[in-house]
Design a protein around this ligand. Structure first.
Ligand code: TXA
Ligand code: MG
Length: 368
């Protein structure tokens, strides 16, 4: 965990308009003072993210939301009471205090109160010297897998980060301060609920499920596919593009009964394979791998936890490990098609589309 001094230093970096990579309970975020347009533009530049994709604004526990959002719907109070601080982002009509640079030109703002103690400590320290709110997308390059450890963040932005082995930060104009708060507990991005229209719409599934939300507000939530915003348009959600959260290795979702045969075929063809499956690694015969890869393991296998919370927590680290193994194919055993696995199935199908492979589920290949 970072020291108090490191947190205060990071808050001062925010005041100066610099970027801070901070742990949250979901994934690491790349934060900037949400009221400083030049600082927010640095997020887009560092990530390579298109300017029209809105950022989530992170607030302190107990912050007065009326400063950032207007026309507070009645569902807000019970949702905050039930789930904040925690992995739920609420989309609300924004006030003029929130810049169009943050919202990608939209009239709404995404607000989230992160539960991670380091994120809260940073926001508290920042509130003493600055606005106390930070815009923060996941701390990865655009379209790539979200980071769930400080090491993942370092691998995304290496040379820009202060104090890394590869530190060139004294040479870059705007270095990134990285706070290491350990591995993220939740492991996948927050649930996003749009409350800016007539009825609540789920824009991104997450650890807090649609049923959890409906239980608290007592009315049905619709999915994005089933709803349009009051002005007739669909909201732009970058994580909602088919291709997203993508590793670089071709990735295929595969059912349990097809997995073993597929692995055999690939190995027999001299290919190296990476697998994430609920089953344990099978014994494989030494296979005729090609020259140059003889010393590399032909089959890299991660056995995934069967509990959904554990699966979510480990998912992105596993994808990064399997991707780094440099195999020619990544096979992922498809989790159950049950409501509890909705957020996981959402991320996996996007990751599979993101690398341009047609999955068994029949998704079309997409852009990366
Ligand atoms: O768990 C999380 O939400 C993490 C941590 C760092 O808080 N953040 C995160 O940010 O996942 P990002 O930028 O990678 O994804 C934010 C999503 C995007 O899909 C964006 O389009 C959507 O939130 N979003 C933000 N503001 C919005 C708005 N006003 N209307 C619709 N969607 C919005
Ligand atoms: Mg992201």
């Amino acid at each position: 965990m970072p020291t108090k001094k490191q947190i205060v230093d990071a808050a001062h970096a925010l005041v100066r308009g610099e970027l801070v990579a901070m742990p949250t309970e979901t994934v690491y975020g790349l934060a900037a003072d949400a009221t400083n347009e030049a600082a927010v533009k640095r997020i887009f530049a560092a990530k390579g993210r298109p300017a029209d994709h809105p950022l989530i604004v992170h607030v302190r526990k107990g912050d007065d939301l009326g400063r950032w959002a207007k026309r507070m719907p009645s569902h807000v109070a019970p949702l905050i009471k039930a789930f904040w601080p925690g992995p739920l982002t609420l989309i609300l009509k924004k006030t003029d205090a929130i810049s169009d640079v943050v919202t990608g030109g939209q009239s709404t703002v995404g607000l989230r109160c992160p539960a991670h103690p380091v994120a809260q400590a940073l926001l508290d320290a920042f509130a003493k010297h600055g606005s106390g709110i930070v815009a923060a997308p996941s701390a990865n390059r655009f379209g790539h897998v979200s980071p769930t450890t400080a090491a993942h963040v370092a691998s995304e932005f290496g040379a820009l980060i202060v104090g890394q082995a590869s530190d060139k930060s004294s040479k870059v104009k705007h270095p990134i301060t990285l706070l290491d708060g350990g591995a993220c507990d939740v492991g996948i991005e927050s649930t996003i609920l749009d409350l800016s229209g007539k009825a609540p719409v789920l824009l991104r599934p997450g650890a807090i499920s649609m049923a959890d939300i409906e239980r608290v507000i007592g009315v049905a939530v619709s999915t994005r596919e089933g709803a349009q915003l009051s002005d007739g348009t669909l909201p732009r959600v970058s994580g909602d593009r088919a291709a997203h959260y993508a590793p670089r290795t071709p990735l295929k979702l595969i059912t349990n009964d097809a997995l073993a045969a597929e692995v055999d075929v690939l190995l027999a063809a001299g290919k190296r394979v990476a697998v994430l499956a609920f089953a344990a690694k099978p014994k494989v015969k030494p296979s005729p791998v090609g020259v140059g890869v003889r010393n590399l393991r032909p089959l890299v296998w991660i056995q995934a936890p069967t509990k959904v919370e554990d699966f979510a927590r480990d998912l992105y680290a596993s994808l990064r490990t399997l991707d780094a193994a440099g195999t020619s194919m990544m096979l992922i055993e498809a989790p159950p098609k049950e409501a509890a696995w909705e957020a996981i199935n959402d991320r996996l199908s996007r990751a599979a589309v993101g690398v341009g492979i047609v999955t068994r589920a029949g998704a079309n290949s997409g852009e990366t």
